[in-house]
Design a protein around this ligand. Structure first.
Ligand code: FUC
Length: 811
């Protein structure tokens, strides 16, 4: 059948477009930002900016993703190896509190902190009263705009961070000649100096501390330390702002001010670079020249017309963002985003959910591009020297969650920085595995930083073992490697890049497992991030054996690595060891309340409503528990979710939305999204209960953590398409359409979602029923499409497009 005939059928089948207009992907407000979490984020993966949009004074808060405190150090702890057997002995004998105390001796130093670069502050001469103010962030174009009327002129301020030109561009314009006048300067909370560079540019040069204590240590003796003297440690950085005017004058003053007078239009180009030269090099002694790095893109960018810069930026950005369209309807009135958040209860504004979905994708595109650092706990946006949890990569849920939407929502390129970080962690983690545990392969623990810290944190005793000692960071992140392959089916990449890393993670895991004395295998010490339990002696403890999360993560790792080795036809010996381990891992267990046990025995949980859901990893993001294949375990997981409760921190509620979606419960997933969309109006950086979002839609733990944004996007995708199961042949992915559609989204359409097996999916539904589905097969091969109870097996050829109607009849 020809294409034309196919689309005709599509229309005849009554699949008329349910929703006529494209939703407008825009955050907008009637006031300038009064706080950082009201400002609008822009980013090119490396450079980040928070745009406040005040008519009289712009604050553009700046970040560069390699600006971190510290440098490479030795964090491994050779003593850990001597404590390991003692910890194991205590755990296996059930002396858990003693095991905690011993485990603390295996810890290493805390990791370093992501640093703020500084602010570009622009004081404008604006004549007259300001009226008709509006500021917005256009997600399709990635441009932040503020517009208003003053003194009889219409003023426009636009800002974007360009990947092709590697600069942030701020355009200041008015529709009457000569109305653009301002004085700009740059400042930083870090040690810095400002100066003119040339006639029309100013520079901010500075240095990051050689050490910053994590925020959660509170008031320590010297939380922020700078090295002194020549060759002092610490990252160097340079930011340059250069003005180019049409009409009027631009001049840099010797003390570092940029004065623009009487221009028709001014462009301010901001460029920044650090001395970062790789995770294994001292940023002081072996660093790059940050001045040269900051200057390089400026000359080229400043020579281009504004329209060319903006068009190149928009083309680059929309190529990624535009791959997925989600339409859940258009709101009757176009209200400011903060008002919509206040009015959102349970589903009256589905378009707000679509906006939040795309915002997560926007943030990933803006914070994670090939060659940059992966999105950290705050993406790339941070204004504090001691940011919450160091704004690091926290690997017991948060950094994984950041990348959950990367493959499912068609942003595979944005996954690259995380995949590269995994490779770098494997390099350092090999040494940690050897020194700390005498084990092969590679290990990573709870926290990572720019220097790819792989050892336990905790400063040799002050970290709680339930997070500091948890050794499964590498095991969990190995899922990224397999998922990337599962979605892209790129065998060369699997062989050359992913397999050595998967193999190394598996080698460590096999070495880490110990016989349980009954023919099975156990992990000890073992933790369930980040909950504690009450042992049989009544004492609260963290350190146990074979927690459910360890077992789930190891099942996932070995299942994936076995399959990878088969696809590649390599390492048969290792494969057999993993298959044997899979048979000997402890089973999931169900407790007295019908819940999935969190520990290998039915201990009392210290916090029954704990935000973490580590024992449910097998349900999501793992796939060892599914309602279709393991209904009893799925029921137990459901019970565990009930017992944990709904309301929690931002990321926790986002995870729950994903978990409920995997249980096929769209109503409950939707309810969680409702909680996630609660407007949080306090802006402190300390943890205070009640998760939601800030006015700029940043996820509120609180404080701000970006994981909840990415988790929400992933959860919405899971409600629409799932593909983690396999058909009975063990090969064909099962692509489930609308597996968890809530009643609040009766009609809609989505295009461009990805499914494992390298498929791209478009769906349309009306009155809660699927009306059409399109599958594009990148690489061909079989898949089983499921809608409700109906399934159809489809054989595809590479490049083929297949259309199905709502009854799953193939056309
Ligand atoms: C884990 C969580 C906290 C927070 C931090 C970054 O320690 O338990 O809630 O998200 O990571």
């Amino acid at each position: 059948m020809t294409r034309a005939r196919l689309s005709l059928l599509l229309l005849c089948a009554g699949a008329r477009p349910a929703l006529a207009t494209e939703p407008v992907l825009r955050l907008w407000y009637e006031k300038p930002a009064a706080a950082w979490v009201e400002a609008l984020p822009i980013g090119n993966g490396r450079l980040g900016g928070m745009v406040f949009g005040d008519p009289h004074r712009e604050r553009l808060a700046l970040n560069e993703d390699t600006l971190w405190s510290g440098g490479p150090t030795d964090w491994n702890n050779p003593d850990a190896r001597t404590w390991l057997p003692k910890v194991r002995e205590a755990v296996l004998a059930g002396r858990y509190a003693e095991a905690d105390a011993l485990a603390r001796r295996m810890q290493g130093p805390y990791n370093q902190s992501y640093q703020p670069l500084g602010d570009l502050l622009v004081d404008f001469d604006v004549e007259g009263e300001v009226g008709g103010y509006r500021r917005e962030l256009d997600l399709d174009r990635a441009v932040a705009t503020a517009t208003f009327r003053a003194g009889g002129a219409f003023h426009t301020r636009e800002a974007f961070a360009s990947v092709p030109d590697q600069v942030i561009v701020l355009r200041v314009a008015a529709d009457r000649p000569g109305r653009v006048s301002f004085t700009a300067r740059m400042t930083s909370r870090l040690r810095h100096a400002a100066a003119a560079v040339g006639e029309d540019a100013i520079a901010l040069r500075g240095r990051a501390p050689s050490h910053v204590d994590p925020s959660y240590l509170g008031d320590t003796k010297e939380p922020v330390r700078y090295d002194e003297g020549p060759g002092a440690e610490g990252m160097r950085f340079t930011a340059i702002a250069r003005a180019v005017v049409r009409g009027g004058t631009a001049r840099a003053t010797p003390e570092g001010r940029l004065e623009v007078r009487g221009a028709d239009e001014a462009l301010v180009f901001v460029s920044a670079a650090t001395s970062f030269n790789g995770f294994e090099k001292s940023p002081a002694r072996e660093g790059r020249d940050p001045d040269a790095g900051a200057r390089r893109p400026l000359g080229l960018a400043a020579a281009k017309p504004f329209a060319a810069l903006r068009d190149a930026h928009v083309a680059d950005h929309s190529r990624l963002l535009g791959r997925v369209r989600l339409d859940l309807g258009t709101p009757a009135t176009d209200r400011p985003t903060d008002e919509r958040l206040r009015a959102y209860r349970h589903g009256e504004d589905p378009a707000l959910v679509a906006l939040v979905f795309q915002y997560g994708r926007y943030l990933l595109v803006a914070s994670s591009r090939p060659g940059t650092q992966p999105a950290n706990l705050q993406g790339i946006w941070n204004e504090d020297i001691r940011p919450p949890w160091s704004s690091n990569w926290t690997m017991n849920i948060n950094s994984e969650m950041n990348y959950w939407p990367a493959e499912t929502t068609n942003l595979s390129e944005c996954h690259e920085p995380m995949l590269r970080m995994i490779a770098e962690l494997a390099t350092n983690g090999r040494e940690t595995a050897r020194v700390n545990y005498g084990a092969g392969g590679w290990v990573a623990h709870h926290n990572a930083d720019l220097w790819r810290q792989t050892a336990p944190v905790g400063n040799r005793g002050s970290g709680d073992p339930k997070w500091a000692n948890w050794p499964m960071g590498g095991v969990w992140h190995s899922m990224d490697l397999w998922e990337r392959y599962a979605f892209a089916r790129d065998e060369a990449w699997l062989r050359d890049f992913a397999w050595p890393l998967l193999r190394g993670a598996s080698e460590f895991a096999l070495d880490w497992l110990v016989p349980d004395g009954k023919g099975g295998l156990a992990t000890a010490p073992s933790f369930s991030p980040e909950n504690s339990f009450r042992g049989p002696d009544g004492r609260v403890a963290d350190t146990a054996q074979s927690t459910t999360s360890d077992v789930a993560l190891l099942r996932e790792l070995f299942t994936n690595a076995v399959e990878a080795s088969k696809v590649l036809g390599v390492d048969e010996g290792l494969r057999r060891r993993m298959e044997d381990a899979l048979r000997r891992l402890p089973p999931y267990r169900v407790g007295r309340k019908g819940q999935l046990l969190e520990w290998s025995q039915e201990f009392e949980e210290e916090e029954p409503h704990h935000r973490h859901l580590s024992h449910l990893i097998g349900l999501h993001p793992g796939r060892s528990i599914t309602p279709a294949e393991t209904p009893d375990l799925a029921a137990a997981a459901r019970r565990s979710l009930e017992l944990r409760g709904d309301e929690s921190t931002g990321w926790s509620m986002a995870w729950k939305a994903n978990l409920w979606a995997r249980l096929g419960d769209g109503e409950r997933a939707h309810r969680l999204l409702g909680y996630l969309l609660r407007l949080v109006e306090t802006t402190g950086t300390r943890y205070s209960g009640g998760g939601g979002v800030y006015a700029n839609l940043f996820d509120a733990h609180p404080p701000f953590q970006i994981d909840g944004n990415f988790g929400a996007t992933a959860g919405i995708a899971e409600m629409l398409v799932q593909s983690h199961r396999r058909a009975a042949d063990g090969r064909a992915p099962v692509v489930e359409l609308l597996p968890a559609l809530p009643a609040a989204w009766p009609a809609g359409r989505v295009s461009g979602l990805r499914a494992r097996g390298a498929f791209e999916i478009d769906l349309q539904w009306e009155a809660g029923r699927l009306t059409s589905a399109t599958l594009r097969a990148d690489r061909g091969g079989p898949c089983v499409v499921q809608y409700g109870a109906r399934t159809v097996r489809v054989e595809t050829r590479a490049g083929e497009t297949i259309r199905l109607d709502g009854s799953l009849a193939r056309w």
